[in-house]
Design a protein around this ligand. Sequence first.
Ligand code: NAP
Length: 302
Amino acid sequence: MSLKVGFVGMGIMGQPMSKNVLKAGYNVTVYNRTVAKIGPLAEAGAKVASSPKEAAEGADIIILMLAGPEAIDAVMDGPEGVLAGMDEGQTLVNMSTVTPAYSRQLDEELKTRSIVSIDAPVSGSRKPAEEGALVILAGGPREKVTDLEPLLLTMGKNVIYCGEAGQGSSMKLAANLLLGIMMAGLSEAINFGEKCGLPVEAMLETMLSGPMGCTLFEFKKEMLINDTFDAQFPLKHMIKDVRFALQTADENGAPTPVGHTVFQLYRQSIGHGLSNMDFAAVKKVFERMSDSVSSSPIIPGV
Ligand code: NAP
């Protein structure tokens, strides 16, 4: 008999991920706060729960793919929450990006109910999620992660074991800190080139042909050329992740001077109304900054 999976969160990522779990033959029940987003999964054959509690009841494994800690607390707690539907022996796999401290706290709470928890955030955005090609970063008991691999590999191309509870979240924040810095760096360089009168296409060809060429820049190329930023990974989530990385860095004594600068840049995107666009729209923050830069030289006499 196939394992029963309760899947909570049908956002940009949760929809394609749960669809892949369903396609692999698992018995999937889905829940989402906004009912309209459940449609495609119901059509594909998933059962629909009317509450988080119902999604958790009787499931072997409950997967969460939610915006962040506030959303997780909202679906876990209360008489209709996931916790009210869970029983000992079940496993909770949180694939949302949160801080390692939050993952450890959730793990401690679930241990008191004899429920195993795994933090398994993902690297990769909507397209890899659709293709089942995410990289899954797992923290928790190694043997449990090994047991879960067949399920996780319906959503991802590999599972990287990162250590005890919370370490999947640490790995995810390290990856997204770098991702945020790289995208801000590319945006600054492209905006610089545009101001010098260079065409965007030629600049991207230059960057991609040389030692800086990478899949991230390749993925974002069309967005930058066409100046359209439909969300694969929304800017609001990048702001959250860089904030979480800075908090975690502080707790662990890791200096993050570049991260702090990049955080301020991403944060400005909120004021510019860009937060639901893809995080590559940080390029537009540079454009808007350019409008207000005076023509006086930064280094007098140079
Ligand atoms: P999303 O499209 O914004 O979806 C967020 C989900 O959380 C939706 O199901 C939303 O429900 C739910 N939610 C938010 N607040 C809630 C609340 N108070 N109560 C109940 N449900 C709530 O986000 P996503 O892009 O799928 O990302 C999900 C997670 O994966 C995030 O932690 C993100 O950082 C991470 N991630 C995203 C990407 C990416 O490229 N998109 C890549 C890697 C990791 P509604 O539909 O009702 O709003």
